[in-house]
Design a protein around this ligand. Structure first.
Ligand code: SF4
Ligand code: SF4
Ligand code: FES
Length: 301
């Protein structure tokens, strides 16, 4: 009691109990071997080579993109790669990691061994891990990735096209494509025929998955012209159903299966069913999309 009172009135701060700080964790050093390409290289400056970096995984996030960001900010600011969302939704960070095309932002760093990173295969490299998407995006543009409507009795930008829940569900597994090009650049047929001059080029699994997505969309009226466009020796039939594309899709989509269904459409063995719901609905900011003023008798809303 006396002791406590003495401490209370004395000016000395109370004694702290000696707490031992935990020892710092052992550094987890990990080696990354990364493809480098310098377009300005010449006889004196190397044009392409592999460069190694060592990163302490204790000071780095768990994904390959985290390691690349750390290398760029702390080791070598000249390392070039694309990224944007770091959530697996923008499709920018596609690259070949340990032999598999994947998105760096959702690929976990393997703690064992060395991680080798290359740009997406069989694409023209612009710098380091950045490849040229011009041909890939042009092929996507050629499949007309938008709804084609035969009728012109609607106010563009003022109406919504109606679709039943069941018809909408048919698009699941196709509309999630983020155009990362992991599938097309893992396809041997795309390597050989993807870069030929159009129309003598294989469109590749990404463009064909998207073509199929519009062909089966109940709101689209361009099925016949879309199929006519694909009915040739190169666009679809170069696919040999090896399914490399499906195996590597980071969104777990099945472009190989979509191509198989496209072939059935082209052979006339599969037909597009009639839409369960048609017509349009006025866009009304006050009522919202589900307002009651449907503009055609066909609609059942
Ligand atoms: S199908 Fe998959 S791998 Fe191919 S572009 Fe789309 S998201 Fe990427
Ligand atoms: S299934 Fe067809 S598109 Fe997919 S990787 Fe194989 S050949 Fe290419
Ligand atoms: S950064 Fe957007 S998908 Fe990886």
């Amino acid at each position: 009691m006396f002791c406590t009172m003495q401490r209370y009135f004395s000016k000395e701060p109370p004694k702290k109990e000696d707490k031992k700080e935990p020892p710092p964790p052992k550094p987890k050093m990990k080696r990354f071997k990364i493809y480098r390409f310098n377009p300005e290289g010449n006889q004196n400056v190397k044009k392409h080579y592999m460069q190694e970096y060592t990163v302490n995984l204790n000071e780095c996030g768990p994904m390959v993109l985290d390691a690349l960001e750390k290398i760029k900010s702390e080791h070598d600011c000249t390392l070039t790669f694309r990224r944007s969302c770091r959530e697996g939704i923008c499709g920018s960070c596609g690259m070949n990691i340990n032999g598999v095309n994947s998105l760096a932002c959702i690929t976990k760093i393997k703690t064992k061994g060395k991680t080798k990173i290359y740009p997406l295969p069989h694409m023209y490299v612009i710098k380091d891990l950045v490849v040229d998407f011009t041909r890939f995006l042009d092929q996507h543009r050629r499949i007309r990735p938008y709804l084609i409507k035969n009728e012109d009795k609607f106010d563009e930008g003022q109406e919504y096209f109606l679709q039943s829940i069941k018809d909408r569900e048919k698009l699941d597994g196709h509309i999630e494509c983020i155009l990362c090009a992991c599938c097309s650049t893992s396809c041997p047929e795309y390597w050989w025929h993807g870069h030929s001059n159009p129309p003598k080029d294989f469109l590749g699994p990404a463009a064909l998955l998207n073509a199929y997505r519009y062909i089966i969309d109940s709101r689209d009226s361009g099925t016949a012209s879309r199929l006519d466009q694909l009915r040739n020796y190169y666009s679809v039939y170069r696919c040999h159903q090896i399914n490399n594309c499906t195996n590597c899709c980071p969104k777990k989509l099945k472009p190989g299966k979509a191509i198989a269904h496209l072939r059935l459409f082209l052979a006339g063995l599969k037909k597009k069913p009639k839409p369960e719901m048609g017509g349009t609905i006025k866009s009304d900011p006050e009522k919202g999309v589900r307002g009651n003023d449907c503009t055609t008798k066909k609609s059942k809303c």
